[in-house]
Design a protein around this ligand. Structure first.
Ligand SMILES: *[C@@H]1O[C@H](CO)[C@@H](O)[C@H](O)[C@H]1NC(C)=O
Ligand SMILES: *[C@@H]1O[C@H](CO)[C@@H](O)[C@H](O)[C@H]1NC(C)=O
Ligand SMILES: *[C@@H]1O[C@H](CO)[C@@H](O)[C@H](O)[C@H]1NC(C)=O
Ligand SMILES: *[C@@H]1O[C@H](CO)[C@@H](O)[C@H](O)[C@H]1NC(C)=O
Ligand SMILES: *[C@@H]1O[C@H](CO)[C@@H](O)[C@H](O)[C@H]1NC(C)=O
Ligand SMILES: *[C@@H]1O[C@H](CO)[C@@H](O)[C@H](O)[C@H]1NC(C)=O
Ligand SMILES: [Zn+2]
Length: 337
């Protein structure tokens, strides 16, 4: 399983870059070959990149909490609020929605599996928050453009899909800023929302993320769709039971889903979204935190009508331009816990 994932990723990589690096680009960076006029060169998609020097120079290193890199919290103590160890959350973490509302989110895109989900959401007049992997963004820029034009929120899910608490301060900066830069080249604005892969964050990750002008948003309801294909207990039927349980028991939430492969997209279209829609008022993740549509991008933050999450959803004004998309193989990125 692991081996074939690796091979597919390598195959995809070959097609991401031209043979020769861009003249004048920093070492190791290349211009993507996807159908878009890239002004910038980028790191390889599935590796943890290095940051541009100016990105780390702007950090106030002295105030970054010195949580140990790559070590889970000792049982019984969690001074750095490590979510993966203890589910610890800080007030700044967005993870649930207002009473009666549900925040819809999809991680790990864009991929070749994504377009039917975009079509479905448009047909239902639903807006979601997409947490994008930078390495996928440079392969499928036309999908990023389409999501934005359809009125979805574009957010960051790191460059290489690594667990952020295992990375150095500099690597965390690189994971977020390269992804931000690639998205900004395509849609013209910089996302505010960041979701750490697997929710893996502590106060060091939070502090660096916030210093860079981002807000962290995770979830409180996991479909476990990311285990389809690796855990035989996770099937479309088991996911349906999970969501029926939420509907019976939860008054609100933000769910974790993925547009990573066809199976996860199909279960979203056929099961998860229709069930949720039957009970909750569906919104984006930002609307759950009373952020407006303007607040989700750095350049326009604070310029929307304040206060109402409802306003955030309705002030979006998507165009309906259809974008053709390529058929390059997706780089599969393992979610193994
Ligand atoms: C912060 O630390 C990094 C090394 O991790 C260094 O490159 C950067 O220059 C430092 N920034 C400041 C403002 O000292
Ligand atoms: C996955 O879905 C895409 C369309 O979204 C389709 O082109 C492709 O053939 C599907 N792949 C498989 C393995 O079914
Ligand atoms: C980073 O952490 C320090 C120490 O706790 C705190 O003073 C500072 O406000 C934090 N900065 C951000 C942006 O979270
Ligand atoms: C709802 O919550 C109750 C009490 O925690 C639990 O027993 C039940 O199994 C839940 N229902 C579903 C459908 O998950
Ligand atoms: C539905 O939720 C109620 C209240 O939490 C619980 O008592 C009941 O067992 C649940 N029903 C099912 C089918 O899980
Ligand atoms: C959002 O605004 C509503 C109405 O003013 C308020 O009840 C709710 O607590 C706010 N939610 C958040 C997360 O700030
Ligand atoms: Zn992910």
């Amino acid at each position: 399983m692991r081996k074939s994932t690796f091979l597919i990723a390598l195959l995809a990589l070959e097609q991401v870059y031209a043979q020769t690096p861009t003249a004048g680009a920093p070492a190791g960076l290349q211009t993507p070959t996807s159908n878009f006029e890239w002004k910038e060169a980028y790191p390889v998609p599935i590796q943890v990149p290095s940051p541009k020097p100016e990105w780390v120079q702007s950090l106030n290193n002295a105030t970054i909490p010195q949580a140990p890199v790559g070590q889970p919290a000792v049982p019984g103590t969690d001074p750095y609020c490590h979510w993966t160890s203890t589910q610890c959350k800080r007030p700044s973490d967005i993870y649930t929605c207002e009473q009666g509302h549900w925040g819809l989110s999809f991680d790990d895109g864009p991929t070749v599996a994504s377009p039917p989900l975009y079509d479905f959401l448009k047909s239902q007049n639903l807006k979601a928050t997409f947490f994008l992997i930078g390495g996928n963004v440079i392969q499928y820029p036309e999908m990023v453009k389409r999501m934005h034009e359809d009125g979805h929120e574009i957010a960051i899910h790191t460059w290489s899909h690594t667990q952020l608490t295992t990375q150095t301060n500099e690597q965390i900066v690189a994971e977020l800023k390269w992804t931000e830069q690639a998205i900004k080249e395509i849609i013209g604005v910089s996302p505010v929302l960041v979701r750490p892969p697997q929710g893996d964050m502590d106060d060091r990750v939070r502090n660096i993320t916030q210093q860079l002008g981002f807000n962290i948003a995770i979830w409180d309801h996991d479909t476990f769709d990311w285990e389809i294909g690796t855990n035989p207990l996770i099937t479309p039927q088991s996911i349906e039971q999970t969501v029926r349980g939420w509907i019976n028991n939860s008054s609100s939430g933000i769910s974790l889903e993925h547009d990573r492969v066809n199976e996860t997209v199909n279960v979203a279209i056929n099961t998860v979204v229709p069930l949720l829609k039957s009970k909750y008022e569906m919104t984006t993740v930002a609307a759950c935190a009373n952020m407006t549509a303007e607040d989700v991008y750095k350049e326009t933050a604070g310029q929307g009508s304040a206060g109402s999450g409802e306003g955030a959803a309705t002030s979006l004004n998507p165009t309906t331009l259809f974008m053709a998309f390529g058929t390059v193989a997706a780089a599969l990125i393992s979610h193994a816990l």
